[in-house]
Write a protein that binds this ligand. Structure first.
Ligand code: FA5
Length: 344
């Protein structure tokens, strides 16, 4: 019986030495060790164990184990040889061209609104404005009341508002409530901050208006700040953002929280029907509302209007980006179309 084992080992090692491919290797393994469905040669030899006499069994068992281990070790060694051979063959055939570029990994990038917002903030940072973060979910008090719009004030109609189910809590319609937060925190120091972030309005969406958009609020409070400072700041901003060729204008306007109030427009052009829609037929695109901080608002922030003055502005980030990149429909920003997003 031991002879049969020895013979099996000898023959199996012999045939293994002839194996040169992964398929042949698998076939060899199945023939010796068997598969789920069929017995291998080793099993067949081992099946005689039951027929052996008591004295023969230990020696046979020990030897059978040795043979099994030897064959497994040989299989493993052959596997690495065959693998190396296969790689060598593929290289010879030129199947694997290691100089080919790999599968490209799609890299994300910043959203055009974020890019524009950062650009705006960078320009103001150069002029000494520091970034101040304020929340998107606000109180009615900060968003309206302390900005000189008591309940039932008709000016509230300028901002159609998303209210939450908690009374007195809403999604901010503009970044201006941040003015109150900064003033209350910083009093009695002079202030020069910008407040960037998303705002929400229950509005009809058109080529020039969205339901959600970013604003950058600016606030400067000091001892001798005048409208000339506001004008100079906005003019310098436009020069840095668009270059000195860009025409801008200041138009009289009304906001309950500034006095006097202006609107800042950039020249867009008036050639196509789309230009007419975007600029309301004027050729000018409004990018910001602004003005001198209303005395009541200064007081609500803790600053005595007899001693302090200030200017504020609220700039639309997507509008500003529209002019910068020549985007003629604001709806592209949130429509999540890669053909648009990948251009930035
Ligand atoms: C305001 O929101 C005032 N809080 C601005 C302000 C701040 C005035 C500080 C005075 C002092 P207005 O609603 O006009 O104002 O919006 C300001 C800017 O946001 C607009 O000039 C425009 O650029 C942008 N904007 C307004 N509505 C939309 C909209 N629906 N979609 C996209 N951008 C908008």
């Amino acid at each position: 019986m031991l002879d049969r084992l020895n013979q099996l080992e000898h023959d199996a090692l012999d045939s293994l030495a002839q194996v040169n491919s992964a398929e042949d290797l698998a076939a060899w393994q199945a023939s010796i060790f068997g598969t789920k469905r069929s017995k291998g040669e080793l099993d067949q030899v081992l099946s005689v164990l039951g027929t052996l006499g008591r004295e023969e069994r230990p020696a046979f068992g020990r030897r059978a184990n040795e043979v099994k281990q030897a064959l497994l070790a040989a299989l493993e060694a052959r596997q690495s040889v065959v693998k190396a051979q296969e790689l060598e063959r593929q290289l010879q055939k030129g199947v694997l061209d290691v100089t080919l570029p790999g599968t490209p990994v799609h890299r994300g990038r910043l959203h055009p609104s974020t890019q524009a917002l950062r650009r705006i903030v960078r320009i103001f940072a150069q002029m000494g404005f520091e970034v101040y973060r304020s929340p998107e979910v606000e109180t009615d008090e900060n968003n309206f009341e302390l900005l000189n719009m008591p309940p039932e004030h008709p000016a509230r109609d300028m901002w159609d508002t998303f209210y939450t189910t908690t009374p007195g809590v809403l999604l901010r319609t503009h970044t201006s409530p941040g003015q109150i937060r900064v003033m209350r925190e910083r009093y009695p120091k002079p202030i020069r901050v910008v407040l960037p972030g998303m705002v929400y309005r229950y509005e009809q969406v058109t080529a020039r208006s969205e339901m959600q958009f970013n604003q950058v609020e600016g606030l400067a409070v000091g001892r001798n700040i005048t409208l000339a400072d506001l004008k100079g700041t906005m003019t310098e901003f436009a020069r840095q953002m668009y270059g000195s060729q860009q025409r801008i204008r200041f138009r009289c306007s009304y906001f309950p929280f500034t006095e006097p109030s202006v609107e800042v427009d950039v020249y867009w052009g008036l050639e196509t029907e789309r230009d007419r829609m975007i600029t309301k037929g004027t050729g000018w695109l409004e990018i910001a509302g602004a003005g001198m901080v209303h005395p009541k608002v200064l007081r609500n922030g803790g600053y005595d209007p007899a001693q302090w003055t200030g200017f504020a502005f609220g700039m639309g980030v997507e509008r500003t980006a529209m002019r910068l990149y020549g985007i003629n429909d604001i709806r592209y920003f949130w429509s999540n179309d890669l053909r648009f997003l990948e251009q930035f």
